[in-house]
Design a protein around this ligand. Structure first.
Ligand code: XIL
Length: 316
């Protein structure tokens, strides 16, 4: 038994996890990660990001990301590429530079093309665009939007399609788990891309959730995305406690919440798979970004399966 086996039995393509290879000398961690019964898919948590893959302008470095790509190749796991264009974790030369629109258009195109091309034939899906929206549904005024307006989005998607025609191209975001202003804005973007024949295959629903706060419209919202002609995936699932330690009731609620999320994906045929944003509390990004919060993963920091693990199994 295992999470990926449960997903496969439910006719999903995969159950996966994010990972960083600097954790792999932890043999307990690595043995669980390796196990295809638990994980049939991997997302690099950091090493495919812009700072890591183009640290100097026009200089591409893939050594760290290749370690993860080689691992997925050897173990027969699917690989999700994460990501091409995101406002965060950018190299200094890009953050501190001043670029004209034609210059930045070239930079975005070259980055997306080279990154996707390097992994051509090895990636199931790419998060081409990550976190383009504010919560109110307006576009995030990051370096890309400020210089190129929304044109950077088709530029990146066209470059990715040209580089690997077989990779599914996704737009990925958080706080789009339920219906609302941000989900509506993304739906409008998908419609606009589709009506202009810009390649777009999927919506990645990150799903960094809080215990007790799974949106009741999760499934309906996924269905609304799918109706636009894209697939969906849950790409970065974790369900955190806002204060620690959790109560017994909280732990039971977390199990229920994992089950609810998985069951929603299960009910939507075009929800192709689920990825947790690492599987153990030992290496979760949550405490580093949300101080005082955590215990968000299906395994605890000692690699003991939590009730949340069973919640995932029950959801499929
Ligand atoms: C996180 C990583 O897990 C951390 O190690 C890093 O310090 C910051 O980024 N949304 C995303 C991911 O799309 O890339 C983020 O990953 C988590 C939030």
């Amino acid at each position: 038994s295992g999470l990926n086996l449960a997903a496969k039995s439910a006719k999903k393509l995969y159950f996966g996890t994010a990972t960083n290879s600097d954790q792999w000398n932890d043999t307990t961690y690595f043995n669980i990660l390796k196990n295809n019964a638990e994980f049939g898919q991997v997302t690099p948590a950091n090493v495919m990001k812009w700072f890591a893959t183009e640290p100097e302008e026009g200089v591409f470095t893939f050594q760290d990301a290749d370690i993860i790509a080689d691992f997925t190749e050897k173990t027969g796991k699917l690989l999700r590429g994460h990501n091409c264009v995101w406002y965060n974790q950018l190299p200094d030369w890009l953050v501190n530079g001043t670029f004209t629109a034609p210059e930045l258009a070239f930079i975005v195109t070259r980055h997306c093309f080279n990154l996707v091309n390097h992994y051509k034939g090895h990636v199931y899906s790419w998060d081409v665009i990550n976190e383009a929206f504010n919560d109110d549904g307006t576009f995030r005024s990051d370096i890309f939007y400020n210089v190129l307006n929304t044109s950077y989005i088709p530029l990146a998607l066209y470059a990715a399609r040209a580089a690997d025609p077989n990779a599914k191209l996704y737009i990925n975001d958080f706080n789009i788990e339920g219906t609302g202003a941000k989900s509506t804005a993304l739906k409008n973007l998908i419609k606009w891309l589709k009506s202009n024949d810009v390649p777009i295959d999927g919506v990645g629903i990150q799903s960094h959730l809080i215990v007790g706060e799974v949106p009741s419209t999760f499934q309906q919202n996924m269905e609304e995305f799918v109706e636009l002609g894209v697939e969906v995936a849950i790409t970065e699932l974790d369900i955190r406690f806002e204060s620690l330690p959790p109560t017994a009731a909280g732990i039971a609620q977390q199990k229920k919440d994992y089950e609810t999320v998985i069951a929603a994906c299960n009910a939507v045929e075009k929800c192709v798979g689920v990825t947790v944003w690492d599987f153990t509390d030992k290496y979760s990004w949550i405490p580093g970004t949300f101080p005082g919060q955590g215990d968000a993963c299906p395994w605890d920091e000692n690699f003991v399966k939590k009730p949340a693990y069973q919640g995932i199994i029950d959801g499929f």
